[in-house]
Design a protein around this ligand. Structure first.
Ligand code: SAM
Length: 354
């Protein structure tokens, strides 16, 4: 899976176990699905999952790992990806923008991306098969990129992995039904019926669209206008998320939580966000009894950015290397759309720690 800021890679078993303890939590909505690794793991554990994310590249990952049923798509996906992997490179907009005017990928790999992406567009595939092919391409490009896992910058010296040739692999899709959508969280919260909603929202200023704009352009294939050294899409400036704004995140969370009709809420949060843990506990307590647990977690390598200047001279100190990730579980008492009383309930510690 792609390198992703805030991805719950190390926490997936803990989250799956926690969801598994929530009685009757068959239908699960992963409201901010990102890489879809949490949704995929919940699907593998037998839940009926719906993955939602408002960015197109993340929706594609959700459509592949959660939405697509391997019984239907695996064989066709294998044939398609073998064909795409055999295409020779043909440099185009992607190569020029991300490999010549900037240096996210080596030009030879960029040319393969251009050729493969053009072929996917030509084939007018069914949405699930297209999502599988695009996921395969995104992951292949990610394995040979030259960044620290964020596309707000690329490395000054080519990363060692960028010299490897781009190779497609068939994504590990799962058998069984699932669904995905590309909606704002508030809309998905209202539209999608679920027994449990898992919420892993952004919690600070780092915009996912800004940090993964190359994947957004690769998936949309809309050859947007770009700006700056990082070659960001100009719509990064307009398509912000309220969850990345200090003054807006709390009301945005209130709206989303108020719209959810599920019996259970499971919320991932860190101690480094715009919303404090005290505020979050108070907010969640309006919806039912809150239980919580936390673990230490390594921070993204981004905490080291800015420590060295252009000549390699040390000019700063890295931030702390670990933070605490919290998991909150709320039983709302809402079943079949009934609202609970809004009186705040008390918070207690979760009995189970990872
Ligand atoms: C912390 S990441 C989720 C990481 C994910 N759980 C994983 O393990 O990969 C937050 C996600 O929320 C999405 N997002 C941000 N604002 C949103 C909004 N208003 N509605 C829906 N998704 C949003 C971002 O695109 C990002 O993928």
């Amino acid at each position: 899976m792609i390198k992703y800021l805030g991805s719950k890679r190390l926490l997936v078993p803990w989250i799956v176990e926690t969801v598994g303890r929530c009685e009757g939590a068959h239908r699960v909505l992963d409201l901010f699905s990102g890489t879809a690794r949490v949704g995929r793991a919940l699907k593998a554990a037998g839940h009926r999952v719906h993955a939602n994310d408002h960015n197109a590249y993340a929706h594609t990952l959700g459509a592949c790992y959660v939405g697509a049923d391997a019984r239907v798509w695996r064989e066709r996906a294998e044939r398609l990806i073998a064909e795409l992997d055999g295409l020779p490179g043909e440099p185009g907009w992607f190569t020029e923008t991300y490999c010549e005017r900037s240096r996210y990928l080596q030009p030879a790999n960029g040319a393969r991306v251009d050729a493969i992406r053009n072929r996917i567009a030509e084939l007018s595939l069914e949405p699930e098969l297209e999502a599988i092919a695009l996921t395969s391409l995104m992951e292949a490009a990610d394995r040979v990129d030259s960044t620290v896992g964020l596309q707000m910058a690329y490395l000054k010296q080519w990363a060692a992995r960028s010299h490897q040739p781009l190779r497609l692999r068939v994504p590990e899709i799962l058998e069984g039904p699932g669904a995905s959508s590309c909606l704002d969280a508030a809309e998905a919260a209202e539209r999608v019926e679920a027994d449990l909603v898992y919420l892993d929202p952004p919690y600070n200023q780092h915009s996912y669209l800004g940090n993964y704009h190359v994947w957004e352009s690769l998936v949309r294939w809309d050859r947007p206008e770009v700006y700056g050294v990082a070659m960001k899409r100009t719509d990064v400036r307009e398509r912000g998320s309220d969850f990345n704004r200090r003054g807006r995140i709390l009301p945005a969370l209130v709206t989303v939580l108020d719209r959810i009709r599920a019996r259970w809420l499971v919320v991932s949060f860190s101690d480094e966000g715009y919303v404090t843990l005290v505020e979050l506990r108070e907010l969640l307590a309006r919806h039912g009894e809150v239980r919580e647990a936390s673990v230490e977690h390594p921070r993204h390598i981004g905490h080291k950015i800015g420590v060295y200047d252009l000549t390699g001279r040390r000019v700063g100190e890295p931030g702390h290397a670990r933070n605490r990730e919290h998991l909150f579980v709320v039983e709302t008492g809402r079943i079949g759309g009934k609202s609970p009383s809004r009186a705040p309930k008390r918070t207690r510690k979760l009995a189970v720690m990872p």
